[in-house]
Design a protein around this ligand. Structure first.
Ligand code: CUA
Length: 175
């Protein structure tokens, strides 16, 4: 029989090792809960919380204009845009690429606008492991100050269809 009533006194309070493990799990839950607000203030890797409503097509046009105006070269058919220090950078996510490649300078601060043309994507900057959502209809502005040079891959970490695993981009930081 799949349906039957358990005896009325079925519950046995945890004891011995079970009690210990439930206790450890509870303590860890509390630590992680406290870590969230702590990291919000001291993590230095958080969103500014600044976002604007934008039509996906409008954001794409802005990104295209930005890429055309600041293009310094191409890498595998994708323009590399050198962002003016202190300026606004645009990054468009779409199935299944990031556009364009951004080139930033060490120690300069930029406003990075991210949005999606189609559906939800993820912005995961490696190897720093900074993660943000990219949503169509929202221009999410991040403040970015590179602290080291190199090529930083961007990986989409929200499942977005059959080409999800191929969806990567780059931010290049130079002296
Ligand atoms: Cu875009 Cu996964």
């Amino acid at each position: 029989m799949s349906i039957y009533s358990p005896p009325a006194d079925w519950f046995k309070a945890p004891s011995g090792p079970e009690r210990l493990w439930v206790g450890l799990a509870l303590i860890w839950c509390i630590v992680m809960f406290i870590a969230m607000p702590y990291w919000h203030f001291y993590g230095k890797q958080n969103s500014t919380g600044e976002a604007y409503a934008v039509e996906p097509m409008t954001f794409m046009q802005r990104t295209m204009q930005f890429a055309d105006a600041h293009k310094i070269r191409e890498e595998s058919g994708v323009p590399v845009a050198e962002v003016p220090p202190g300026g606004d950078a645009y990054l468009l996510a779409r199935m299944w690429s990031f556009y364009p490649v951004l080139q930033l300078r060490l120690g300069q601060t930029y406003r990075l606008h991210i949005s999606s043309l189609d559906l939800q994507h993820g912005f995961s900057l490696q190897p720093l492991n900074m993660n943000f959502q990219i949503l169509p209809g929202y221009d999410h502005v991040l403040t970015v100050t590179p602290t080291s040079t190199g090529v930083f891959p961007i990986v989409c970490n929200e499942f977005c269809g059959i080409g999800h695993h191929t969806m990567t981009g780059r931010i290049v930081v130079v002296e």
